[in-house]
Structure formats: structure tokens, C-alpha cells
Design a protein around this ligand. Structure first.
Ligand code: NAP
Length: 493
């Protein structure tokens, strides 16, 4: 049984319940049995994080960074094993799973370096014999809640900046990928984190997650998951005066202009639409195509999608793995039915695959709808599966209006060879990330990551100016007067 990690020890939940993590490619395989954390366990975890905080925040940041660096090295050594575990636990194909581990490695090294930066400002004073500086200080105890689609990368995106900034953490991963999460915590423990600095609690969002998110003992909450849950938690944190950041859903789109390199655009749409079985917050679930290339694009896109091989992601021949769970499979089927009823043209896919390698898992064929009206539900709501809506547009202006015409604003992309069209799209697309001649997938960890509108609330994730350090630190301004007399500022002398 995989236990909770509280105050430096692996412990069973006080109330004793368990739950299983199942391989979605082969539901007969139990990947792990997890010990469920109840309220008492969350209380203990928050208490341990609080108790550990004073010493941790005072440890020099470069020393904190060294621990993260060691964790990065250990992740690197165990990359293959962790990638295979991830594929078994949530289904993404092995190359993508290894990419997920690599992101966790990159984030560990990057944030380890941040321990030697964490820069503030020194500014001249308006008075003599006085100096002024602003410094980043940690916020305290952070609750971190993560989804299943990036089982190591997203936890690392949160844990590494939180720790290097001097916070202590209570981490509640998705119950669908709790085994991967436990490995990450184990590695950080082995890398030398003092007890209580990082705590892990397993359990469902509705129970363990909800209790953690509203716990009076946390000072901040960083959440990644659905918009519905994120906005509820954000409202609650705001009411309690806690710092909060939520990365949430998306309805991302690729624009294909008449002057685009069509082969490249098709490749991008395939990767964006069906990578990770469409279960990325950055998935390209809409493709908006200019009239003149609508049909040729569609013909090539459907042909390429129909050729994708479904199966167990551990096989290197497989392009698309299963979706993560039965509930997710039902939801996706529901949307396929909605699309048909709304009058969109189903050109390929639309069914579960239960043959051969797929017999025991949650597999859905890559699905393309054409003649989709931008106001249809399949073009407005996040499906989070291998379903792409293709929409016609007269010109760039209409294409941009279509892309911007949803409640979400995470990622968009444009394929064009025209520098002016590119510049207009870069300026007018209302998403947190814009790609030019690249798919909607491909964020790099040293730039801020996140969305606008219902896709993101609070602070950006990952690195760079305006990245995760803004969530996990607050500013303190220090004025030091060494004149030996009362000097008055903010007064007319
Ligand atoms: P989810 O159902 O919202 O769950 C996310 C996390 O929140 C899980 O750990 C979940 O626990 C927990 N949770 C659920 N209900 C909760 C509650 N009432 N209180 C506290 N915690 C709660 O989302 P998901 O299905 O895991 O992930 C898919 C969603 O994540 C999609 O909408 C996707 O777009 C979004 N996502 C966004 C980004 C981004 O950076 N913008 C990245 C990846 C994914 P359990 O699952 O264990 O119940």
C-alpha cells in the first residue's frame, strides 16, 4: 500500500480507507493501492508544514536550491522507470510520459538556480543616510492540488517554486495519478528535504482536496484542474484572504490561413488535437480554417487522423493511448452525441475502440467534426478528449473573432507565411499563449504559463518574469535609516 507522507514519515490514513489506481489501457491492472487521508490527516499535514516553516524559510535559498538540484538528478536517473509508471497509471504514450518526467527534471534544475537569484530591487532613497530595498519573502504554508494529465510535470511546476521560495507544502495530487505523485515526494525526501517541509495527502478532491483548500492553516492555494472546481476554490480563498492561483480549462484553437504551409498545419493539428488523447489543457480542440484551403486541409487532416494507431502507450508503435477513466470516456461520448445532434458532420472516429490491444481499456478513436458552427457546444465547451471541431472562416478577422469567442483563453496558434497576418494575430488573440507556425502544445518551463478569462485566475505558472515566483512569494519593502535622527518622508518640508 502507498501511504501518505506527513511530517517526514509514510503513514496510513487515520480513518483507514484505501482506493486503487488503475491502468486505463488495461483495467485489470491495479497500479497501486493508496491509503486515503481524512480530515485528521490533513490537519496533521498542515500542522507539520506550519511547524517546519520557520527553519525552512531561514535556510539560505541557495541551500534550498541544492536539495531541488539533487532531486532533479535523481529524477533524471530514474526517468525511464518513472515514464513507464506514468504510462501505466494514466495512459499517455511513453514518449510523452518521458517528456512529462523531463519537464519535472527541467523545473527542478531551473528552480534550483532560482535559489541563487530570487532577486528584489535596491532603490535610492529620497533622504540622505537611508537605503531602500524590496525582497521576496515566502507566503507560508501552501496547499497544492494537481490534475492527472501531467502527473509529474504539474506537481513539479508547483512544488519546486514553492519550496525554493521558502514555503512549506501540503500536496494533494489527483487520485488517478497518486502513485506517480508518491514517487516524486519520495525522491524529494531522499534528496534531503527536512521533515514537515513537504507533505503528501491522498484522497478524492471532494473530500481530501476540499478540506485542504479551505483549511485555515494554509496561507495560499495553487490549483490546476477544471474551471468549475478552480473558480469555486478561488472564491473561497478570496473570502478567507488567501493567496490563490488557478490554472484551468481551455478551448484552444489553431487558425489555418490560405497561405499556410498546409502539411505543417495538418501535422500541428494532429499533434494538438490527439496528443495525450486530447487530454491536455493546451489541446487544439478547434481548428479554424480559411475558406480557400478548408477542403484540402480537411481531406489531409481526416486521412492523417484515421491513420493514427491506438493502443497501450508502452508500445513505441502506438500514437494515441487510452483516455484516463470510465467517467472521462462517458463524458467524451456524451459530447460526440451532442455534436451529432447539433448537426456537425462526423468525418472520422466517434466510437470507442474495443479491438485487439484496446479490448481492456478506455480507448476512443480520434474524432473529427466538420462544418462546426462556432456557437455549437462542441466548439464552446472543453471536451478533454480526442475530438476536434473544424470551423470555416472567411478571413483573418473572422478567424480571430471565432478563436476569441469562447469563455476560455489559454492557447491559440496561427499557421501563416505572412508576417503581417502573424503580427495581427499575435496582437489580437486573447489567450495567455500564442504560437506562430507551431501547434498549441509546446510550452517551455522558463516562460510564464497560463491563460486568460476562465482559463486562468491569479498568477502564472513556471518561470521567468511574472511566473510562479509571484504566486509563491510576497514583496516586503525595507527602509533602513542610518542617519541617527528622525527623518520624515511623505511630508512637505
Ligand atoms: P478536476 O476534476 O478539477 O481535478 C483537479 C484536482 O482537483 C484533482 O486533484 C481533484 O481531485 C481535485 N478536486 C476535485 N474537486 C475538488 C474540490 N471540490 N475541492 C478541492 N479539490 C478538488 O480536473 P481534472 O479532471 O483532474 O483535470 C482536467 C482539467 O484540468 C481540465 O479542465 C484541464 O483543462 C485542466 N488542466 C489545466 C491546466 C492548465 O495549466 N491550465 C493543466 C492541466 C489540466 P481528484 O481528481 O482526486 O478527485
Amino acid at each position: 500500500m502507498i501511504k501518505n507522507f506527513i511530517d517526514g514519515e509514510w503513514v496510513e490514513g487515520a480513518e483507514g480507507g484505501t482506493f486503487q489506481s488503475i491502468n486505463p489501457a488495461n483495467t485489470a491492472e491495479v497500479v497501486g493501492v493508496l491509503s486515503r487521508a481524512g480530515k485528521q490527516d490533513v490537519d496533521r499535514a498542515v500542522g507539520a508544514a506550519r511547524a517546519a516553516w520557520q527553519d525552512w524559510r531561514r535556510m539560505p535559498a541557495p541551500k534550498r536550491g541544492e536539495i531541488l538540484f539533487r532531486a532533479g538528478e535523481m529524477l533524471l536517473r530514474r526517468k525511464q522507470e518513472l515514464g513507464e509508471l506514468m504510462t501505466r497509471e494514466m495512459g499517455k504514450v511513453i514518449a510523452e510520459a518521458l517528456g512529462d518526467v523531463q519537464e519535472a527534471i527541467d523545473m527542478s534544475f531551473y528552480m534550483a538556480g532560482e535559489g541563487r537569484r530570487l532577486a528584489g530591487e535596491t532603490i535610492p532613497s529620497e533622504l540622505p543616510d537611508k537605503d531602500c530595498k524590496s525582497v521576496r519573502v515566502p507566503i507560508g504554508v501552501c496547499g497544492l492540488i494537481t490534475p492527472w494529465n501531467f502527473p509529474l510535470a504539474i506537481p513539479a511546476w508547483k512544488i519546486m517554486p514553492a519550496l525554493v521560495s521558502g514555503n512549506t507544502v501540503v500536496f494533494k495530487p489527483s487520485s488517478l495519478t497518486a502513485v506517480c505523485a508518491a514517487k516524486l515526494v519520495e525522491i524529494l525526501q531522499q534528496a534531503g528535504l527536512p521533515r514537515g517541509v513537504l507533505n503528501l495527502v491522498h484522497g478524492s478532491g471532494e473530500e481530501t482536496g476540499d478540506y485542504l483548500a479551505s483549511h485555515p492553516g494554509i496561507d495560499g492555494l495553487s490549483f490546476t484542474g477544471s474551471t468549475a472546481v478552480g473558480m469555486r476554490l478561488a472564491a473561497r480563498c478570496a473570502e478567507a484572504g488567501k493567496k490563490v492561483s488557478c490554472e484551468m480549462g481551455g478551448k484552444n484553437a489553431i487558425i489555418v490561413m490560405e497561405d499556410a504551409d498546409l502539411a505543417l498545419a495538418v501535422e500541428g493539428a494532429i499533434w494538438g488535437g490527439f496528443g495525450t488523447s486530447g487530454q491536455r489543457c493546451t489541446a487544439a480542440s478547434r481548428v479554424v480554417v480559411q475558406e480557400g484551403v478548408y477542403q484540402p486541409f480537411l481531406d489531409r487532416f481526416v486521412k492523417a487522423a484515421s491513420a493514427l494507431r491506438l493502443g497501450n502507450g508502452l508500445s513505441p508503435q502506438v500514437d494515441v493511448g487510452p483516455v484516463v477513466s470510465e467517467a472521462q470516456m462517458k463524458k467524451i461520448h456524451g459530447y460526440i452525441e451532442i455534436g451529432k445532434k447539433e448537426g456537425a458532420e462526423l468525418l472520422t472516429g466517434g466510437k470507442a475502440c474495443r479491438q485487439g490491444d484496446c479490448a481492456q481499456g478506455y480507448f476512443i478513436e480520434p474524432t473529427i467534426f466538420a462544418e462546426v458552427d462556432p456557437k455549437m457546444r462542441i466548439a464552446q465547451e472543453e471536451i478533454f478528449g480526442p475530438v476536434v471541431s473544424v470551423i470555416r472562416a472567411r478571413d483573418l478577422e473572422e478567424a480571430i473573432a471565432i478563436v476569441n469567442g469562447t469563455p476560455y483563453g489559454l492557447v491559440s496558434s496561427i499557421y501563416t507565411q505572412d508576417v503581417n497576418r502573424s503580427a495581427i494575430a499575435e496582437r489580437d488573440l486573447e489567450t495567455g499563449i500564442v504560437y506562430v507556425n507551431a501547434s498549441t502544445i509546446g510550452a517551455e518551463i522558463h516562460l510564464p504559463f497560463g491563460g486568460t478569462k476562465r482559463s486562468g485566475f491569479g498568477y502564472r505558472e513556471a518561470g521567468g518574469r511574472g511566473g510562479a515566483l509571484d504566486m509563491f512569494t510576497k514583496w516586503k519593502v525595507i527602509y533602513r535609516d542610518f542617519s541617527g535622527r528622525l527623518q520624515k518622508a511623505q511630508i512637505d518640508r
